[in-house]
Design a binder for this molecule. Structure first.
Ligand SMILES: NC(=O)c1ccc[n+]([C@@H]2O[C@H](COP(=O)([O-])OP(=O)(O)OC[C@H]3O[C@@H](n4cnc5c(N)ncnc54)[C@H](OP(=O)(O)O)[C@@H]3O)[C@@H](O)[C@H]2O)c1
Length: 355
């Protein structure tokens, strides 16, 4: 019998994933562009090992990451490290596929079922904990999508299903279909959420948080590294924007225009606030700020080196330091808080009552 490495959560806090009973670490780790992409072989193992040893037991990937290689690398490493399956929360995502045939992508029943089987094959696992619909598919009826995810769960290939970058309207539709047909609804939304991307996660989703207790598994909390300050004075050779200059060409262009320059000025002001008032880096401040949001179930970290995982977890100590006064100072710097929904003249409710 193989020896299993025991999971020690250290000081990692855990939260429920949306309305479900599944507990996820406040910081998890994902593989987009990195694991199986720019990072392969032993360095993947080093990153996952350091994460696990520091309380991260949730790992996120997708069929489309590095055309399936991210799942392959993650699965291989998890097996080699001898982790107990029940200690881990493994999530993957379907939509983009690994091939380009007419039924190799999207959310048809055919691709959801075949895609799940292929993902499990690549991961070398019998099941994933959460299976995400990586995007909405407007060419497949919602009833077919919900029925297919329900089938995958009934088969035991996934415990829960969730959405990624769906509109609030799409999520509502999935709920209504699930309710009408007595099927399982999605429990979470994997959305982009960071200091420069707020409208959808903070305003559009407000009704679905309230009605369905949807939780978010946040991606790009550091805006791909912009919020670390590493791009304040140009593009370092050893960085994501340099390694993926084609994919990020619009972002790179914007960094020479007012839109990007104003973000850099904000990163500099946030850096000053972090260092002088909180004794931390802007990276820690940006991560803690997302983790503090009550709708965040987990912030999925991205890392090209093990040191980044260790550094980013220092954000845990900053979360309790984000007082209302500090949050106000952050808003003064950002100037992008989504406007509240209109009340059409109705007076404000008591601040402590049900909004
Ligand atoms: N559902 C979706 O559509 C979707 C989309 C995107 C991502 N995701 C998920 O979310 C995860 C995280 O997204 P992300 O990778 O974009 O997150 P991110 O935190 O915004 O960016 C991570 C990158 O920033 C740099 N970095 C991280 N920590 C750093 C530090 N302490 N100092 C300096 N640089 C640092 C690294 O890049 P370099 O070192 O290479 O510069 C790292 O790969 C993904 O892995 C994936 O699982 C989901």
């Amino acid at each position: 019998m193989s020896v299993k490495t025991e999971f020690d959560p250290k000081n990692m806090p855990f939260r429920r994933l949306g309305p479900s009973g599944l507990r996820v670490p406040v910081f998890s780790l994902g593989g987009w562009l990195t694991l199986g992409g720019t990072v392969v072989g032993d360095p993947v193992k080093e990153i996952i090992k350091v994460a696990f040893e520091n309380g991260i037991n949730m790992f996120d990937t997708a069929e489309g990451y590095a055309k399936g290689h991210s799942e392959v690398e993650m699965g291989r490493v998890i097996k080699e490290l001898g982790y107990r399956r029940s200690d881990l929360v493994i999530t993957t995502k379907l939509f983009f596929g690994t091939r380009t045939g007419p039924n190799d992508t999207g959310l048809s029943r055919k691709h959801i079922i075949e895609g799940t089987q292929e993902s499990l094959d690549r991961l070398g696992l019998d099941y994933v904990d959460v299976l995400f619909a990586h995007r909405p598919d407007y060419t497949t009826p919602m009833e077919e999508v919900v029925r297919a995810f329900n089938y995958v769960i009934e088969k035991g290939w996934a415990f829960y299903w969730a959405t990624s970058e769906w509109s609030a309207r799409d999520i509502e539709e999935a709920y209504h279909v699930a309710e009408k047909l007595n099927l399982i609804p999605p429990i979470a939304e994997q959305c982009q959420h960071h200091m420069f991307h707020r409208e959808r996660p903070e305003k559009e989703y407000a009704p679905v948080y309230k009605k369905y207790s949807i939780g978010t598994t946040v991606w790009s909390a550091l805006a791909s590294g912009l919020l670390t300050g590493k791009y304040n004075n140009g593009i370092p050779a050893d960085s994501r924007f340099a390694a993926h200059s084609d994919f990020f060409k619009d972002t790179l262009k914007s960094l020479n225009e007012e839109e990007g320059l104003s973000k850099i000025r904000k990163v500099q002001a946030l850096t000053k606030l972090a260092e002088t008032e909180l004794g931390c880096s802007v990276t820690h401040l940006a991560l803690a700020w997302i983790a503090k949001n009550p709708n965040t179930s987990t912030v999925i970290l991205g890392a090209s080196k093990p040191e980044q995982v260790v550094d980013n977890l220092k954000a845990l100590d900053v979360i309790p330091k984000l007082t209302p006064e500090i949050l106000d100072k952050i808003e003064t710097i950002l100037q992008n808080k989504p406007a509240p929904s209109p009340t059409f003249g109705r007076p404000l409710l008591d601040a402590y009552g049900r909004q």
